[in-house]
Design a protein around this ligand. Sequence first.
Ligand code: GTR
Length: 329
Amino acid sequence: MTIFSLPGVRHTLAASLVAGSMLSAPAVHALDIKSSDVHPMGYPTTDAIEHMGNLLNSWTSGRMNIKIFHSMQLGGEKEALEQVQVGALEMTRVSVGVVGPIVGEFDAFNLPYFFKSVEHMHKVVDGEIGTELLNKLEKGGLIGLGYMDAGSRSFYNNVRPVKSFEDLKGMKIRVMQNPIFIEMVNSMGGNGLPISFSELYTSLQTGVVDGAENNPPSYESGKHYEVAKYYTLTEHLMVPEIFVFSKKVWDTLSPLDQQLIRKASVLAVEKQRELWAAREQRSLAAVKALGYEVVTDIDKEPFIKATEPVRMKFGEKYADLIKRAAAVK
Ligand code: GTR
């Protein structure tokens, strides 16, 4: 008897668990997963989590669902992670940028000019090292479900176009809440200020900061160009994103439900990466089409050189890990 199909899950164990749970109705619990994201629906990350929710819903005939709290409805990422740690929120999708302060090893991925290319980053996060780090999240009360793409981050501001290294001098630049990024901006002659993404647009608008740094889709989707019109492809960070589940809640789930979530997570990652590749191109084109200046011809060498002390200082503690990641081919 086929109760429902579980694409890609070939284990007979899963099938028998499903059959078992269907037969013993009282053991079956509805699971409404609340998941947060700072981005709106229609963004690669939110759409991928929506896809994950649809899969879970169809695999369980509506027993498992994901409700997405998008567009910063629940505030910034630091707060979301705290909610997930205490079990008030089941899931969240955040940048690895804010995970470093919880599990230090992630800071290897937060070092400026660390990954050589998107392919290099994929090989690291999809390989042994990526899994090792996701597993370390447990000590921070989190279950790591997977890595999503976020391209490269570049600077934007409302003072002047950054055409060379010197142009960044003296600018107040918003960064994600992690000491690495403050020192990264400072090492480049700017003044790094940690501010939540949920307060960024207003901070740019009111002059609390002169600029920020992010990938083209965030710059475009958040309409940051309206308040910071000069964007320069410095591509100084390639910080992946992750989505995590609350360990507190996870430990109450049946092995089958955990397995379903894991399986749906793999497919969510696939979906997100597909959506991301297309969106990155589209966002840059959209900003240019609106008439905003995007500096693409930039000498990255001085930026790379200036940030060497940051890689040294923050990388020292995880030197082995960093060496292994750098050696991944
Ligand atoms: C975006 C990322 C968000 C958030 C934001 C930020 O690129 O998708 O998760 O980290 O940057 O700068 O805070």
